[in-house]
Design a protein around this ligand. Structure first.
Ligand code: TXA
Ligand code: MG
Length: 334
């Protein structure tokens, strides 16, 4: 397969710009996961993203901006919390839902009256956005429903030579998609959990709701359709076990071994010691470590084994809940 992965430098950035101005799609690194970017102002360019990914048209995209880009070009007031949140959290792993001025293509917003805005912190993402100086619509750079990519190679594994250019920026630091936070109302509401937590947002603007605190769950499912679809699933069979189902997991592993079916167990460090006779993926100790290893191992597992047995890590912190949530989705449980 022809290698589309290129080091990010002035030459490849100039090529990226040329592609973007021709309504083509370019994959680029961010600190969360890799993105599949195209000019958010052009229907044709945005359409290419949906076609490549096989993404349902009613699932809106995030618009990525460089640090100096004027957000107010794309959004309508009032934006009660925007300035404070931008000052403290951007650039970074957070996406803000704001009222749209309808400047970006309707395909980006799936005809909603809001638009999702993110200023990524990865220096190469900033370099790319600055080079094109356009709002760039970008979903995670995976085929729809597949595990999100945290390396350039993951992107190439999904798209082969269908993409003209994959800018390489090393392994994504966080390894988990941005927090999506709706700030169109009086109180911010988290639509998708990530590294920036509701507590952190509340410490800046006084309050922040989780979707589960609101009576808007059904309405917001409609407004953030992404939450409705199958997500993050690796291309191997996955089975999820809760922490009180370890004996079921052991029996399952034993049966697979008896039948000569290849498998591995994904679990946090403290739980992995019991499974040393089997192939294991050690998610790590802390919630942050687990978040950053999650997609890496889901992608590794699909290359190495037929079955992945996932033992859900234990814990209550918001980031750990996020890891649990992504794992459940990856196993088709949510
Ligand atoms: O970290 C990230 O956010 C990565 C990198 C590439 O920036 N992008 C990403 O994009 O995860 P994607 O398309 O995989 O997820 C975008 C999420 C979806 O759940 C979508 O429904 C939601 O953002 N979204 C986009 N626009 C929205 C809007 N106007 N209102 C509510 N939700 C929106
Ligand atoms: Mg995605």
């Amino acid at each position: 397969m022809f290698n589309r992965i290129q080091e990010t430098n002035s030459k490849t950035l100039a090529y990226a710009k040329e592609l973007i101005l021709n309504n083509q799609v370019v994959a680029f690194p961010t600190e969360t996961v890799y993105g599949l970017g195209a000019n958010a102002l052009e229907d044709k360019a945005v359409e290419n993203i949906f076609t490549l990914k096989g993404r349902p048209q009613d699932n809106p995209l995030i618009v990525h901006l460089h640090k100096e880009y004027d957000i107010e070009k794309l959004t309508e007031p009032p934006m009660p919390h925007l300035r404070q949140l931008i000052d403290k959290l951007a650039p970074g792993p957070i996406t803000f839902i704001l009222k749209s001025k309808k400047i970006v293509s309707n395909l980006v917003t799936a005809n909603l009256d809001t638009v999702a805005i993110r200023i990524p912190n990865h220096p190469m993402a900033q370099a790319f956005l600055k080079e094109v100086d356009l709002p760039i619509a970008a979903p995670s750079a995976n085929i729809s429903t597949h595990t999100s990519p945290v390396t350039a190679q993951h992107v190439q594994d999904d798209f082969g030579d269908k993409l003209p250019l994959i800018l390489d920026g090393g392994r994504s630091f966080y390894g988990l998609e941005s927090t999506v936070c709706d700030i169109t109302g009086e109180k911010p509401i988290i639509l998708r959990q990530g590294f920036i937590t509701a507590d952190e947002i509340a410490s800046i603007v006084g309050d922040c709701l989780q979707l589960s605190d609101t009576n808007k769950q059904e309405e917001l499912k409609r407004l953030s359709p992404g939450t409705r679809y199958k997500h993050y699933a690796p291309n191997c069979k996955t089975t999820l076990f809760e922490s009180n189902q370890i004996s079921d997991l052991e029996k399952y592993a034993h049966d697979l071994q008896e039948n000569g079916i290849s498998f591995a167990i994904l679990a946090e460090s403290s739980a992995i010691t019991g499974f040393q006779n089997y192939k294991v993926y050690n998610l790590g100790n802390t919630a942050k470590e687990m978040a950053s290893n999650l997609y890496m191992y889901l992608r590794e597992a699909e290359k190495e084994v037929e079955n992945l047995l996932v033992l859900l890590p234990i814990g209550q912190s918001e980031i750990l809940q996020t890891v649990q949530n992504r794992l459940k989705k990856a196993c088709g449980k949510l």
